[in-house]
Design a protein around this ligand. Structure first.
Ligand code: PMP
Ligand code: GLN
Length: 383
């Protein structure tokens, strides 16, 4: 019998670091600060809204673009926060998490040989999606410890094949924020070179110390060429529900929905019904920054006598810890040793960098209960 030979479409891809480290954490019974998810529950009110929607019989397909009431609630949130109107009928799609929104935006727009500029360390779903559609990811490496974008370097990498720039602020893993000035630079380059943008804003509500989230929706010209992607999982403590959305001007959204309708068609109906209700109360997302700022502060206070060098995170629920004074190991080896020998799992950040550059920084997720943060800090302080 002949065995089938598959020519891999992603020959250079290995198992995502989030799976690797979470599995290692489980195998060694380690505290898991690696993969980014909260270890506390969603609001019981929200869980009850989902159950009610199921009991009320909302158990068949939702509309392709998403539940209309939810799209209206998303539009209302964006108007109130960023002053821009997206038409629920033609400019909003509810997706299976931000991952699907990002994948679909890339699938809808990237042709073979198109170049897409990404900022490294980059969230790991961007590059495989670009490659699958024949595009080429062009990294611009942000440098530790501050991870600030260098717009001259970005401009130097733009050429006639450049089709898109992907940004992510608040930035995973560094906790860096794009400033208004950064967004204006991006807007000007995108205009000048006629580029599309994906603005991955999954942490828009997790922002600290009074800073303001610089959504692409705030900028007139930028918003006309941008797919904004968002995640309910990050905002409402239910990453396992895999719900999110994408907003973009109608011409861009039309192409997005052309792909979405044959890839996913529509996403979980009862959960959409529940979010449509739950989003009506802005307290449900506006208090997120202060919740996580308290957790960051508690964690940093617990680590104040540790040997790690720490630049406080400005947003997201991640904190980088620089171990260069502790060990010369490669960050992947260091993270593996911490998990197996000391019982704490983290993410080595080199896997997100251009050529796996190692800044000796591991990422920890502080979306955890006080008990977990205390137990984790007790281990980290001994290193
Ligand atoms: N972008 C970034 C920067 C992320 O950290 C994540 C993980 N939440 C995603 C996208 C994907 O979000 P989701 O879990 O909603 O697919
Ligand atoms: N976004 C999460 C993180 O950065 C992980 C999501 C996933 O496991 N793919 O840790």
């Amino acid at each position: 019998m002949k065995s089938i030979h598959l020519e891999s479409k992603l020959p250079n891809v290995s198992t995502t670091i989030f799976t690797v480290m979470s599995k290692m954490a489980a195998a060694h019974n380690a505290i898991n600060l690696s993969q980014g998810f909260p270890n506390f529950e969603s609001d019981p009110v929200l869980v009850e809204l989902v159950s009610k929607a199921m009991r009320d019989g909302h158990n068949q397909y939702a509309p392709m673009q998403g539940d209309l009431a939810l799209r209206e609630a998303i539009a209302a949130k964006i108007v109130s926060l960023y002053g821009r109107s997206y038409n629920p009928a033609s400019e909003i799609t509810v997706t299976a998490g931000a991952t699907q929104a990002i994948f679909t935006a890339i699938a809808a727009t990237i042709h073979p040989k198109d170049e897409v500029i990404i900022f490294a360390p980059a969230y790991d779903c961007y590059e495989p999606a670009i490659e699958l559609f024949g595009g080429v990811a062009i990294p611009v490496q942000l440098k530790a410890p501050l991870y600030k974008p260098d717009w001259e370097e970005v401009e130097a990498k733009i050429n006639v094949r450049t089709k898109m720039i992907i940004i992510n602020s608040p930035h995973n893993p560094s906790g860096m924020l794009f400033t208004k000035e950064d967004m204006l630079q991006l807007q000007s380059l995108a205009e000048q070179h006629n580029l599309l943008v994906i603005s991955d804003e999954v942490y828009e509500h997790i922002i600290f110390d009074g800073a303001k989230h610089q959504s692409a929706a705030l900028f007139d010209s930028l918003s006309t060429r941008t797919y904004i992607t968002a995640s309910f999982g990050k905002t409402f403590h239910n990453t396992g529900w895999k719900m999110g959305y994408c907003v973009a001007p109608s011409a861009l959204m039309k192409e997005f929905q052309n792909v979405h309708q044959y890839n996913v068609f529509s996403v979980n109906n009862p959960i959409q019904k529940a979010f449509a209700q739950y989003l009506k109360n802005p307290d449900n997302y506006l208090n997120l920054g202060s919740l996580y700022q308290e957790k960051r502060n508690l964690f940093l206070d617990l680590l104040k006598d540790s040997r790690f060098k720490i630049v406080p995170s400005h947003g997201t629920y991640f904190q980088l810890l620089d171990f260069s004074k502790i060990s010369e190991e490669k960050d992947t080896a260091f993270a593996e040793r911490l998990t197996k020998e000391l019982g704490i799992a983290t993410i080595p950040t080199s896997v997100f960098n251009e050529n796996q550059e190692d800044f000796k920084q591991i990422r920890v997720c502080f979306a955890k209960t006080t008990e977990t943060l205390e137990a984790a800090a007790a281990i980290l302080n001994k290193i």
